[in-house]
Design a protein. Structure first.
Length: 123
Protein backbone atom coordinates (compact mmCIF):
# COMPACT_ATOMS: atom_id res chain seq x y z
CA UNK A 1 0.00 0.00 0.00
CA UNK A 2 1.57 3.25 -1.05
CA UNK A 3 0.42 5.95 1.35
CA UNK A 4 1.58 8.69 -1.00
CA UNK A 5 -0.05 9.11 -4.37
CA UNK A 6 0.29 11.75 -7.05
CA UNK A 7 -2.51 14.18 -7.82
CA UNK A 8 -3.47 15.22 -11.32
CA UNK A 9 -0.90 18.02 -11.29
CA UNK A 10 1.84 15.58 -10.22
CA UNK A 11 2.18 16.82 -6.64
CA UNK A 12 2.23 14.17 -3.87
CA UNK A 13 -0.91 13.57 -1.82
CA UNK A 14 -0.75 11.62 1.43
CA UNK A 15 -3.73 9.35 1.91
CA UNK A 16 -4.87 9.08 5.51
CA UNK A 17 -5.10 5.57 7.01
CA UNK A 18 -7.11 5.01 10.20
CA UNK A 19 -5.74 6.60 13.37
CA UNK A 20 -3.04 8.69 11.70
CA UNK A 21 -0.81 10.65 14.02
CA UNK A 22 1.12 13.39 12.29
CA UNK A 23 4.65 14.30 13.20
CA UNK A 24 6.00 17.82 13.00
CA UNK A 25 4.03 19.96 10.59
CA UNK A 26 6.64 22.57 9.77
CA UNK A 27 8.05 22.71 6.26
CA UNK A 28 11.44 21.12 5.64
CA UNK A 29 14.31 23.43 6.40
CA UNK A 30 15.82 25.41 3.54
CA UNK A 31 19.11 25.97 5.34
CA UNK A 32 22.44 24.56 4.17
CA UNK A 33 22.78 20.77 4.26
CA UNK A 34 23.98 19.22 7.50
CA UNK A 35 27.56 17.91 7.24
CA UNK A 36 27.81 14.15 6.76
CA UNK A 37 27.96 12.28 10.06
CA UNK A 38 25.90 14.89 11.92
CA UNK A 39 22.18 14.65 12.49
CA UNK A 40 20.09 17.81 12.50
CA UNK A 41 17.74 18.63 15.36
CA UNK A 42 14.55 17.97 13.39
CA UNK A 43 15.77 14.53 12.33
CA UNK A 44 16.67 13.67 15.94
CA UNK A 45 13.20 14.74 17.05
CA UNK A 46 11.54 12.66 14.34
CA UNK A 47 13.69 9.62 15.15
CA UNK A 48 12.69 9.99 18.81
CA UNK A 49 9.02 9.93 17.78
CA UNK A 50 9.64 6.81 15.70
CA UNK A 51 11.42 5.07 18.57
CA UNK A 52 8.62 5.93 21.03
CA UNK A 53 5.96 4.72 18.55
CA UNK A 54 7.72 1.36 18.08
CA UNK A 55 8.38 0.91 21.81
CA UNK A 56 4.61 1.06 22.44
CA UNK A 57 4.28 -2.34 20.74
CA UNK A 58 7.72 -3.71 19.82
CA UNK A 59 6.50 -7.21 18.90
CA UNK A 60 4.13 -5.91 16.21
CA UNK A 61 4.92 -5.86 12.51
CA UNK A 62 5.57 -2.37 11.14
CA UNK A 63 5.15 -1.06 7.60
CA UNK A 64 7.32 1.85 6.45
CA UNK A 65 6.63 3.80 3.30
CA UNK A 66 7.76 7.00 1.64
CA UNK A 67 8.82 8.41 -1.67
CA UNK A 68 12.44 8.12 -2.70
CA UNK A 69 14.64 11.11 -1.74
CA UNK A 70 11.77 12.90 0.06
CA UNK A 71 11.99 13.78 3.76
CA UNK A 72 8.46 12.55 4.49
CA UNK A 73 7.49 8.99 5.29
CA UNK A 74 5.12 6.97 7.41
CA UNK A 75 5.25 3.96 9.68
CA UNK A 76 2.12 1.91 10.40
CA UNK A 77 1.10 -1.06 12.50
CA UNK A 78 -2.10 -3.07 12.66
CA UNK A 79 -3.94 -3.15 15.99
CA UNK A 80 -7.25 -4.50 17.21
CA UNK A 81 -8.68 -1.00 16.73
CA UNK A 82 -7.44 -0.77 13.13
CA UNK A 83 -4.34 0.54 11.45
CA UNK A 84 -2.33 3.12 13.41
CA UNK A 85 0.19 5.26 11.53
CA UNK A 86 2.73 7.94 12.30
CA UNK A 87 3.83 10.39 9.59
CA UNK A 88 7.31 11.84 10.03
CA UNK A 89 9.51 14.38 8.27
CA UNK A 90 12.37 11.97 7.61
CA UNK A 91 13.16 9.92 4.53
CA UNK A 92 12.22 6.26 4.36
CA UNK A 93 15.95 5.53 4.08
CA UNK A 94 16.60 7.16 7.48
CA UNK A 95 13.55 5.39 8.93
CA UNK A 96 14.78 2.05 7.57
CA UNK A 97 18.20 2.58 9.20
CA UNK A 98 16.58 3.44 12.55
CA UNK A 99 14.38 0.33 12.42
CA UNK A 100 17.50 -1.78 11.83
CA UNK A 101 19.17 -0.17 14.87
CA UNK A 102 16.15 -1.31 16.93
CA UNK A 103 16.69 -4.94 15.75
CA UNK A 104 14.00 -5.00 13.07
CA UNK A 105 14.43 -6.87 9.80
CA UNK A 106 12.79 -4.93 6.97
CA UNK A 107 12.03 -6.23 3.50
CA UNK A 108 9.75 -5.41 0.58
CA UNK A 109 6.41 -7.19 0.74
CA UNK A 110 5.50 -10.09 -1.56
CA UNK A 111 2.68 -8.18 -3.21
CA UNK A 112 3.46 -6.68 -6.60
CA UNK A 113 2.80 -2.96 -6.77
CA UNK A 114 3.29 -2.28 -3.08
CA UNK A 115 6.13 0.07 -2.19
CA UNK A 116 6.11 -0.28 1.57
CA UNK A 117 8.54 -2.39 3.56
CA UNK A 118 7.46 -4.83 6.23
CA UNK A 119 9.59 -4.73 9.40
CA UNK A 120 9.60 -7.51 12.00
CA UNK A 121 11.45 -7.56 15.30
CA UNK A 122 14.37 -9.99 15.49
CA UNK A 123 15.20 -10.96 19.10
Amino acid sequence: MNLFSKSEDGSPNASQPDNVTSGAVSAPSTTAPVPEGETNTQEKTELGKLTAFVKEDPQNTYYIDGEREVARSSVCRNTQQGRTCLQLLISSKVMFAQMQKMNFYCALTDEIGRTDMECKYVP
